[in-house]
Design a protein around this ligand. Structure first.
Ligand code: MLT
Length: 304
């Protein structure tokens, strides 16, 4: 019997791939063979010597001590692409939210008081400040052309946007999926300088930490929108606040409830829900459960 320790809720669809006659799955279990995790931070956690694999039901692995596990010969599996559609949809929503000032307009309406006729008069004048802009013809810059970046780029083209991409390490598989209409930027600086929207789809590493900093923000087009559905630390939040206050950035839309920035009137901060859809959770759980099964039962490694 293989023992699987789950540190977060894992979709039933995935757990069904680990049949009960061969797998015992529980959130507390002694001597686990495998640890299944979503967002729980495993840094600092004592990983029992029985563990033969760690599997993340998601794409990013920055919550897992990969270097330590690799030293111990323990593979780390993940689910690249399994939640890409979910994240892409939220990025598109983020672009529209920012372009049409939807959150600000919604807050404004909620704050209206008084009689209906007076409210209508107030709205006639007040709504002018929410005038937005449209997407066709605008340029979207996509930094990071992995599964999510490629989907975002291709969909933005279909909305009539121009798309610039930047990724020095794009895989052959992704390059084939990327529309030939996506122009390649020479560098991140070149990309931000030529984009009306910049969206980030890179993992968090030492080279991507604060990839968007004060110097890069200074290169951005006045009134541009920055979207971060990757990892919070990829953006220097202090520099973003300064750029928003200086009127350089129109909006910052991110998927992190950062206390420092969440109340700024032109920040839309979400509670890391990019991959929180029924479909994405199922896809990720199924993908990692199958990898775990292949590894434990046949010694096969995929996506480690
Ligand atoms: C990912 O890494 O797959 C996404 O950020 C979503 C998540 O953290 O679950």
């Amino acid at each position: 019997m293989y023992k699987v320790l789950t540190l977060n809720n894992i979709s039933v669809k995935g757990l069904e791939r680990l049949p009960r006659d061969r797998y015992e799955v529980a959130s507390e279990i002694a001597h686990p063979d495998v640890i299944l995790v979503r967002s729980a931070d495993m840094h600092g956690m004592e990983i029992p010597p029985t563990v033969k694999a760690v599997a993340r039901a998601g794409a990013g692995v920055n919550n897992i001590p990969v270097a330590e596990l690799t030293r111990r010969g323990i593979p780390v599996f993940n689910a690249p692409g399994a939640n890409a559609n979910a994240v892409k949809e939220l990025v598109l929503a983020g672009m529209l939210l920012a372009a049409r000032n939807i959150c600000q307009a919604w807050h404004y309406v909620r704050g209206l008081e008084g009689e209906e006729a007076a409210m209508e008069r107030e709205v006639e004048a007040g709504k002018k400040r929410f005038r937005g802009f449209e997407l066709p013809g605008r340029t979207l810059g996509v930094i990071g052309l992995g599964a999510i970046g490629v989907q975002v780029a291709n969909t933005a083209l279909r909305l009539g946007m121009k798309v610039l991409g930047y990724d020095p390490q794009i895989t052959v598989e992704r390059a084939w999926q990327l529309s030939s209409e996506v122009a390649q930027a020479h560098s991140p600086d070149d990309l931000v300088a030529r984009s009306d929207f910049v969206t980030l789809h890179v993992p968090l590493t030492e080279t991507t930490r604060h990839k968007i900093n004060a110097e890069r923000l200074a290169l951005m087009r006045p009134g541009a929108v920055l979207l971060n559905f990757a990892r919070r630390e990829i953006v220097d939040e202090e520099a973003v606040l300064a750029a928003l206050d200086a009127g350089r950035l129109h909006a910052y839309v991110c998927d992190f409830p950062s206390p420092r920035i969440k109340d700024h009137p032109r920040v839309v901060a979400l509670p890391h829900i990019g991959a929180s859809t029924v479909e994405a959770e199922e896809n990720c759980a199924v993908m990692v459960a199958e990898q775990v099964r292949d590894w434990l039962e046949n010694g096969q490694v995929r996506n480690a």
